[in-house]
Design a protein around this ligand. Structure first.
Ligand SMILES: *Cc1c(COP(=O)(O)O)cnc(C)c1O
Length: 379
């Protein structure tokens, strides 16, 4: 049964009818279609349990609802417009973002979550055949995309304090990507460090993934005017409370954005649905609500840091909407399982370097108090 495969069987009818007689001979000199499948090891996202009353601190979503205007607009949406294809350029959203971030609309590209934008950017910009560079401890989608798009890559180890070593990014490469603040550490590198890395790589595209920049971080956006090879990627999934609508975007030089659009329009013209375009633009217009919710999350984060310290946790000083914490004595896996039993979901990876850490998303004050109360009892 050398050519036998799982799930492959001969029907009694087929045997009786002699349909499989010449089969083995054929298998020897032809290639199975499965040999030509693009094999991918998919990214594993945090769980989305559909249970009521759980405390969900495992995927860095916003604990507050989207801006009130978003709800109002969703209720007023003319459903008859859904007959039509959406605007393939997402003009309303692109122009609203351009105005908000004070760049030209030609410098903005939107996609179905920043995952879509990032995957498209990998495909568009990382084609030199040389390895792209990213940190060893980082967003675990980067190596998945690299493999999917057949891009070689090399990881650069963070130092013992989870810091990026800019000198690592001076080796020959086909591109650079890192989140700032980094995930899952939450640590932010200075604008000087970002610029140092961009400066050392003027012959490749440097992507800064700013999924968490709105929680007190400093964006590298001002550098975009200076460096035409720098791409800044952001998302509505965390700070704008819209993970369910799937909206991401990037800002860069007009040239970078033009190349991205050429690839996008060769792939699927209508990536973004109409409701996401309209509701996304509405969310950007309510800057006050945005600032209010993000500063509430920052305040909760700082309070939780103090409490966790008191409970014997150590963690890098997060600038994101999560804390990456290890306990001084109790293994992370043990805490993770106990929390899960209590319907409190956090994230834990069984991976080198980070196996003893939990990534805890910042929820509401009430949710965090329930977490802290549980930990006080448990530890
Ligand atoms: C959450 C996250 C993203 C992707 O979020 P989308 O929901 O696809 O916009 C990208 N990069 C990092 C580092 C993230 O944590």
């Amino acid at each position: 049964m050398a050519e036998g495969r799982r799930g492959e069987g001969h029907s009694a009818f087929g045997e009786a009818a002699g349909l499989f007689k010449g089969r083995n001979r054929k298998a020897e000199n032809t290639v199975s279609w499965e040999q030509n499948v693009r094999k991918a090891v998919p990214y594993v996202a945090g769980e989305q349990p559909r249970k009521p009353d759980i405390i969900k601190l495992n995927t860095n979503e916003c604990p507050y609802p989207p801006a009130p205007g978003v709800k109002k607009l969703a209720e007023e949406l003319d459903w008859n417009t859904l007959r039509l294809y959406p605007d393939s350029h997402s003009t309303i959203l692109v122009e609203t973002l351009a105005e908000y971030y004070r760049v030209k609309p030609e410098q903005v590209f939107v996609g179905v979550g920043s995952d879509d934008v990032l995957s498209m950017a990998f495909m568009t910009f990382f084609n030199s055949g040389r390895p792209i560079l990213f940190p060893d401890v980082t967003y675990s989608f980067y190596d998945v995309w690299a493999d999917l798009h057949r891009i070689p890559y090399r990881t650069c180890p963070l130092d013992d304090n989870w810091r990026i070593r800019p000198e690592d990014y001076r080796q020959p490469n086909g591109g650079v990507i890192f989140p700032n603040p980094n995930a899952p550490t939450g640590l932010e590198e200075s604008l000087e460090t970002v610029e140092e890395i961009v400066l050392a790589n003027r012959d490749a595209v440097v992507i800064v993934d700013e999924a968490y920049v709105d929680f007190g971080g400093t964006s590298a956006l001002p550098l975009v005017e200076k460096y035409d090879n720098l791409l800044i990627v952001q998302t509505f999934s965390k700070s704008r409370a819209m993970a369910g609508l799937r909206i991401g975007f990037c800002i860069g030089s007009e040239k970078l954005i033009r190349y991205l659009n050429d690839v996008k329009f060769s792939f699927n013209s209508y990536t973004m649905n109409l409701p996401s375009q309209l509701l996304g633009a509405e969310a950007v217009r309510d800057d006050r609500y945005f600032r209010e919710t993000t500063s509430k999350i920052v305040a909760t984060r700082e309070y939780v840091k103090e409490e966790l310290k008191r409970l014997g946790f150590i963690f890098p000083d997060s600038r994101a909407n999560f804390i990456f914490a290890a306990h001084e004595t109790v293994p992370a896996g043990q805490i993770f399982r106990a929390l899960r039993e209590a319907d409190i979901y956090v994230r834990h990876w069984d991976k080198p370097r980070i196996g003893n850490y939990l990534r805890i998303t910042i929820g509401t004050d009430r949710e965090m108090d329930r977490l802290l109360d549980f930990l006080k009892d448990f530890l």
